[in-house]
Design a protein around this ligand. Structure first.
Ligand SMILES: [Fe+2]
Ligand SMILES: [Fe+2]
Length: 198
């Protein structure tokens, strides 16, 4: 009996030692993962797009106010709501990979948004030319996002962040739909009407 108890004690010690080792290995793995160059780049790119999405919310507000047609105003309003969803999805992604959501200033999106502001200054209020130009400015924003989300979704898959990859792909799909919708609006009537203006 005594031997059996000793054996039991030994085996339970062995189990708890093994458990501790597993926890140690897991924390070592997590530490290694966080130090991996690709993981660092992934996090930095997430911070970049997190900054960009926040800047886009403000830009879409101004573009909506400046647009001539109700169709374009509505499209900008809808995408502004979607953009707010993209921000909360990014916050979920940061959480999933155990990182803090932080913004990293993104010169590229600042430049693209500045171009949109110049479009507003250089076109006449109430004109269709303004809408034709605003659509192109907005599509430049979408293409920046499409390139970013497409690349980050692929990296997430490669690194085994499956849930993060799903969220990134969901946003990617919405950016692509927005881009197509803007093309449709331009080609249905805005570009033709703009061409008639003098
Ligand atoms: Fe977005
Ligand atoms: Fe977008």
């Amino acid at each position: 009996m005594a031997t059996k108890t000793a054996e039991n004690n030994n085996s339970s010690t062995a189990v708890s030692e093994k458990k501790n080792m597993t926890i140690d290995n897991a924390s070592v793995d997590a530490k290694e993962m966080k130090n991996a160059p690709l993981h660092k780049f992934f996090v930095s790119a997430l911070k970049d797009i997190y900054y960009a999405e926040n800047a886009i919310v403000d830009a879409l507000e101004k573009m909506q106010e400046a647009a001539t047609t109700e169709e374009l105003k509505d499209a900008f309003e809808d995408h502004q709501l979607q953009t707010k969803k993209h921000i909360s999805r990014l916050e979920k992604i940061f959480k999933l990979i155990d990182e803090k959501p932080e913004k990293k200033e993104c010169e590229a999106i600042k430049g693209i948004i500045k171009e949109g502001e110049e479009v507003i200054k250089s076109t006449e209020e109430g004109s269709m030319t303004r809408d034709a130009a605003l659509i192109i400015a907005a599509q430049k924003v979408e293409h920046y996002e499409i390139a970013t989300y497409g690349g980050l979704a692929q990296l997430a898959i490669t690194m085994g962040h499956d849930k993060a990859a799903d969220l990134l792909e969901k946003t990617l799909q919405e950016e692509e739909e927005t881009d197509e919708n803007l093309t449709d609006i331009a080609e249905t009537f805005i570009n033709f009407d703009a061409e008639q203006e003098d």
